[in-house]
Each structure stands twice: as structure tokens, then as C-alpha cells.
Design a protein around this ligand. Structure first.
Ligand SMILES: NC(=O)c1ccc[n+]([C@@H]2O[C@H](COP(=O)([O-])OP(=O)(O)OC[C@H]3O[C@@H](n4cnc5c(N)ncnc54)[C@H](OP(=O)(O)O)[C@@H]3O)[C@@H](O)[C@H]2O)c1
Length: 229
């Protein structure tokens, strides 16, 4: 039996890379991101461990490039992870920063998911895992666009789950708190979740009995930094 195939977006670093590395123990990986060298090093790391990884260098905000990168791929698992966040007051946010967040965090879900769902629907099997955020249910100053895109990810995930569950396809959303990645430039990241903490959750969410769906999970650190006196 060939391994199932998992497509991971934003696999060059951070949470996506950790997800790709974890799922590579049980899945053949198709890894998407823009950074050629980082995807190549991921593929080499996975292959050194005995797995398989096909890197696809693609900007997921380019619908034609996404369609071409995913043509002929029959995914059993899709992890929509790629995301960007420019966190600053609304009046300082440029139109380009707004558009980029909406395009990467939300609009790309259309193109990537549409490219892979037909084959899942035909096979009546598959699992789409979207990486949201706790910003997808709570507000914070500086998050006007980012939090809005993550609210959209949560709503998209629940609607898609309701549409697809009778077709044998699972849809989940994993909402992490703070994770130590290059996403944030905080000086001390020691208290945050690790990317592999989130990858472990994705792995567990996928590994459930056929009749059971874990639709939504929130992942938090226990080591919250003390507020300065
Ligand atoms: N870190 C946190 O505290 C945190 C908390 C909650 C949720 N999240 C969510 O977790 C996800 C991953 O974030 P992270 O922390 O791992 O961030 P990260 O380390 O900055 O990684 C982001 C990934 O997205 C990819 N990406 C960005 N723009 C892209 C584009 N236009 N086309 C293709 N790939 C693109 C990047 O690859 P390239 O640059 O190589 O293209 C990279 O692999 C995001 O959806 C984020 O919103 C993060």
C-alpha cells in the first residue's frame, strides 16, 4: 500500500515545517512555500529520515501557480497553514499589508482547497486541517486585519465541515496561542508553544477513527509570562 499523501502549505519554516516533519513519518509530503532553499532542506531532512517529500515552490496568492503546483496531486490530508501577520494599529496599516494578509490567510484557502477537494470528494475520503489562531475568536488592538482573517478561517472551516461531513471528508481547525516562530519578533520566546507542539495536535486530529471528527481545537501554553510590576 502506498503512503497517504499530505499537502502542507507554508512548510518552509515554523509550524508548517514542523507539521511536515511529523506527518512525514506516516505520509508522503507535498510541501508548499516560496523559499526554494528552505523547502529543499526540508525535503532532504525528510528523506534522510526515510520519508518522501515533493517540494513545490509557489506563492499561494497566485491562483494559476497554485493550480499548476497541485495538478495531479491526490491529497489525503491538506494542512492549510501558510499565514502572515502584520500587527499594528489600523491607521498605520498600509493597503498592501491589509491585502497581503487577506490574500495569504484567507483568499488562498479558496485556490488551494479547490485544487485538492475534487479528488477527495471523488474518493469520499480526506481531511482538511486549517491553522487558525486564538485571534480567530478574540480581539486585540493591532489585530484589525489579522484577527479578521482568522475569524474568517474559523467560519470557513465550520461551514466547509457542515458541507462535507456527509461526503466522508473531515474538516478541522487548529487554533494556537503564541508559538515560537519567526512570525513574531518578541525577544523572549521561551514561554511560547513550540511549532512541534502544534504539529503534534495536527497529527492527533488527523489520527482519529473514521466515524469521528475533532473539528476545532485550541492550543495554549501554560507558561504565560509575568506582567512587569
Ligand atoms: N506563531 C504564532 O504565534 C501563531 C499563533 C497562532 C496561529 N499562527 C498561524 O500559524 C500559521 C503558521 O505561522 P508560523 O508562526 O509558522 O509563521 P512563519 O514561521 O512565519 O511561517 C509562515 C509560513 O507561511 C509561508 N508563506 C507566507 N506567505 C506565503 C505565500 N505568499 N505563499 C506561500 N507560502 C507563504 C512561509 O513560507 P515562505 O516565506 O517560504 O513563502 C512560511 O512557511 C499561520 O497561519 C499563522 O497565522 C501562528
Amino acid at each position: 500500500m502506498p503512503n497517504p499523501v499530505a499537502v502542507v502549505t507554508g512548510a518552509s519554516k515554523g509550524i508548517g515545517r514542523a507539521v511536515a516533519l511529523r506527518l512525514a513519518t506516516t505520509h508522503d509530503i507535498v510541501a508548499l512555500a516560496r523559499s526554494d532553499e528552505e523547502l529543499e532542506s526540508l525535503a532532504q531532512q525528510i528523506e534522510r529520515g526515510g520519508g518522501s517529500c515533493r517540494p513545490r515552490v509557489v506563492d499561494i496568492t497566485n491562483p494559476k501557480a497554485v493550480a499548476s503546483a497541485l495538478a495531479g496531486i491526490h491529497a489525503d490530508v491538506l494542512v492549510n497553514n501558510a499565514g502572515v501577520g502584520t500587527l499594528k494599529p489600523f491607521m498605520e496599516l498600509t493597503r498592501d499589508e491589509w491585502t497581503q494578509m487577506v490574500n495569504v490567510n484567507f483568499n488562498a484557502l479558496y485556490d488551494v482547497t479547490r485544487a485538492l477537494l475534487p479528488s477527495m470528494i471523488a474518493r469520499k475520503s480526506g481531511h482538511v486541517v486549517n491553522i487558525g489562531s486564538i485571534a480567530g475568536r478574540s480581539a486585540f488592538a493591532g489585530g484589525a486585519c489579522y484577527a479578521a482573517t482568522k475569524h474568517a478561517v474559523v467560519a470557513f472551516s465550520e461551514c466547509l465541515m457542515l458541507e462535507l461531513r456527509d461526503s466522508g471528508i473531515k474538516v478541522s481547525v487548529v487554533n494556537p496561542g503564541s508559538v515560537a516562530t519567526s512570525f513574531s519578533s518578541a525577544a523572549d520566546a521561551s514561554w511560547k508553544l513550540s511549532p512541534d507542539n502544534v504539529a503534534l495536535v495536527v497529527q492527533r486530529v488527523i489520527d482519529t477513527p473514521p466515524n469521528m471528527l475533532v473539528h476545532s481545537v485550541e492550543v495554549r501554553t501554560l507558561t504565560v509570562p509575568k506582567k512587569k510590576e
